[in-house]
Design a protein around this ligand. Structure first.
Ligand code: KIV
Ligand code: NA
Length: 265
């Protein structure tokens, strides 16, 4: 396989080819996602929820993100691997942001980093880009700010927040980000952003007028079942399938059906 690069993604937008992105946090899953032809694997800080069971993305650490990312890097041969900078690893100043991004690049082997926010973190983004590290932006519902928002509902429905989002998106393009994620905003606004900048816009809960889509892997394969936002399409119901399979195993053990004659030495 030819490796997808940040350049390939910009070309895909130019050619009108939509970009597919999914999260992965470990070797085994990343292997499946990569072989299935997904263009971008995001080692998201949603690992905090999905892998560790935290209520928010805030607790996950840089060391933990590096652990997840390095496992994904060992698995993927084709996909571009983007790694989230976790909460607290880039907000205090641009030097800290660069140090954190360098640690991710050196210690995990990922290909790019993603940071949440607009003009508040402009200097940090510029410093990371200056070091030769590709940056993906993330605007709209940025989960690291959940305690500021107070709710996981749709962002930028009001004029003022929508205007700021458009300005932030243009700024991210201007400073040199290779792409950006728009999370949970009105489809019309997302389309407007995608049409007004030349870098790819990847949406989650942002409609189909953007340049690509991203979902959390465990949600789209139905491994999680308590989380059901409107934007989520479930392609499997693994929670049910696994519960059935594991229940069957328990029963087979109890009834001494497993192992049978062919399953022993
Ligand atoms: O951490 C994550 O999974 C993300 C995506 C939802 C964009 O940031
Ligand atoms: Na994230």
């Amino acid at each position: 396989y030819k490796r997808i690069t940040t350049k390939s993604l910009v070309e895909m937008k130019e050619n009108g080819e939509k970009i597919s992105m999914l999260t992965a946090y470990d070797y085994t899953m990343a292997k499946i996602v990569d072989s299935s032809g997904v263009d971008v694997i995001l080692v998201g800080d949603s690992a905090s929820n999905v892998m560790a069971g935290h209520e928010t993305t805030l607790p996950i650490t840089l060391d933990q993100m590096i652990y997840h990312a390095s496992a994904v890097v060992r698995a993927a041969q084709r996909a571009l691997i983007v790694v989230d900078l976790p909460f607290g690893s880039y907000q205090s100043d641009p030097k800290e942001a660069l140090r954190s991004a360098i640690r991710i690049m050196k210690e995990s082997g990922g290909h790019a980093v993603k940071l949440e926010g607009g003009k508040e973190i402009k200097e940090s983004i510029k410093r990371i880009l200056n070091a030769g590290i590709p940056v993906m932006g993330h605007l709209g519902l940025t989960p690291q700010s959940i305690y500021k928002f107070g709710t996981y509902t749709v962002r930028a429905k009001e004029e003022e927040e929508a205007e700021k989002l458009i300005e932030d998106a243009k700024m991210l393009e201007r400073v040199g980000c290779f792409a950006l994620v728009l999370e949970k905003i009105p489809a019309a606004l997302a389309q407007k952003v995608a049409e007004s900048i030349s870098i790819p816009v990847i949406g989650i809960g942002a409609g189909n007028g953007v340049d690509g889509q991203v979902l959390v892997l465990h949600d789209m394969i139905g491994m999680t079942h308590e989380f059901s936002p409107r934007f989520l399409r479930r392609y499997m119901n693994l929670y049910e399938d696994m519960t059935m399979a594991i229940g069957q195993y328990v029963s087979d053990v109890k009834t001494v059906d497993f192992p049978n004659e062919n399953e022993q030495y």
